[in-house]
Write a protein of this length. Structure first.
Length: 301
C-alpha cells in the first residue's frame, strides 16, 4: 500500500525544488555571456590573381558573407586583426563598401600589408579604416580592449621621406638587422602608453584583452621583434586575460602568465572562410569558430 505524502513533506519537497531551480537559474545566469564580439583576421584583399592558397579576389565575397552573418548575431562590434588588404590603397574602398553595411562598429588593428601602399597614402591609413589613432583603447562593459601598432618600428610603417622612417632604419640597423622584414616592433613611446593604459585599467578594475596583428607567444616566426619586452610588460598585469592576433594564417595558441594568446586563422587562404563569434562570460571567453577557425574555451583565472 502506497504511503500518502503529508503536507509537511509536500512543503519540504516544493522547497527543495524551488532551491534547485534557483541554483540552476543562478548557474545559468553566471554562465550567460555578458556580451559578444565578432573577430576576423587577415581578410587581405587585392585585385590580383591567386597565389597558391592565397585567394585574393575571393576575399570580398567571404567578408560580405561574414558581415551578413554577424548582422544576425547579438554582437557589440567586430574586431579585424590586421591585413585588411594585401596591397594598393584602392583596396580599402572595395572592402569599406562591404563593412559599411555592418550593423555594429568595426575596430581595426594595423597589419604589415595595410602599409603595402604608395608612400603618399601611408599617413591616411587610419582614416581609411576609421581608426582614432594607430594605437588606441576602448571599453565594453567591464572590459578594456587595447589595440597595438606592431608596425611602429618597421621597414614599411611610415613614408620613406619621413623623419620617423629614417629613425626606424637606424634602429633596425642597430638592433633588428637580422629580423624578418614583414614583422615589426612596438616602439618605446607606445610601450610607455601601454603601461600607463594598463595602470589605469588596473585602477578601474577592468579586465583586458590586447589586440595586435603580430603574436608575441608562443614561439613563431611572425612574432614582434621585441616580443620578449612586450610579453614581460603585459605579464606583470593580472588584469590581462587574453591577447588576440592574426598574421600567422594557420592559427596558434599558447598560455603564459595566466594570459591566453590566440592567433586567429586568416580569412584569405581558405576556400571556405575563417572568423569567429567570441562570447565574454564571467568565468571564460568562448570562441565559436566559423569555417576553419576552431571553437575554443578559455577559462579566466
Amino acid at each position: 500500500m502506497k504511503e500518502s505524502i503529508s503536507l509537511r513533506q509536500l512543503v519540504c519537497l516544493l522547497s527543495l525544488c524551488s532551491l534547485s531551480f534557483a541554483g540552476w537559474a543562478a548557474m545559468q545566469k553566471q554562465d550567460s555571456p555578458s556580451f559578444s564580439l565578432a573577430v576576423i583576421a587577415d581578410c587581405q584583399y587585392a585585385d590580383k590573381n591567386d597565389n597558391g592558397a592565397r585567394l585574393y579576389r575571393r576575399c570580398p565575397a567571404k567578408l560580405r558573407e561574414a558581415v551578413e552573418d554577424i548582422n544576425q548575431q547579438q554582437v557589440k562590434g567586430t574586431l579585424h586583426l590586421g591585413d585588411f588588404i594585401d596591397q594598393d590603397y584602392q583596396s580599402f574602398e572595395v572592402l569599406n563598401r562591404i563593412t559599411a553595411k555592418s550593423r555594429v562598429p568595426f575596430y581595426h588593428v594595423l597589419g604589415n600589408h595595410d602599409f603595402a601602399v604608395e608612400d603618399r597614402y601611408k599617413n591616411d591609413i587610419t582614416t581609411a579604416l576609421n581608426m582614432p589613432a594607430r594605437h588606441y583603447s576602448f571599453d565594453i562593459d567591464d572590459w578594456r580592449f587595447i589595440a597595438l601598432d606592431g608596425n611602429d618600428v618597421s621597414h614599411h610603417g611610415w613614408p620613406g621621406s619621413s623623419d620617423r622612417h629614417q629613425q626606424n632604419m637606424q634602429l633596425i640597423r642597430d638592433k633588428y638587422a637580422d629580423k624578418a622584414t614583414w614583422n615589426g616592433a612596438v616602439g618605446k613611446e607606445q610601450l610607455r602608453w601601454l603601461k600607463a593604459t594598463l595602470e589605469q585599467a588596473t585602477g578601474e578594475s577592468k579586465k583586458v584583452v590586447i589586440l595586435s596583428h603580430f603574436p608575441v607567444y608562443p614561439e613563431d616566426p611572425h612574432r614582434l621583434w621585441n616580443h620578449q619586452e612586450v610579453l614581460a610588460l603585459v605579464g606583470d598585469y593580472a588584469i590581462v586575460k587574453a591577447w588576440f592576433n592574426g598574421h600567422n594564417h594557420k592559427g596558434d595558441y599558447g598560455k603564459k602568465h595566466g594570459i591566453h594568446f590566440v592567433t586567429f586563422h586568416g580569412m584569405l587562404d581558405t576556400e571556405d572562410t575563417a572568423y569567429s563569434i567570441v562570447e565574454f562570460h564571467p568565468q571564460s571567453i568562448l570562441i565559436k569558430g566559423r569555417g576553419r577557425q576552431p571553437d575554443m574555451q578559455l577559462p579566466l583565472n
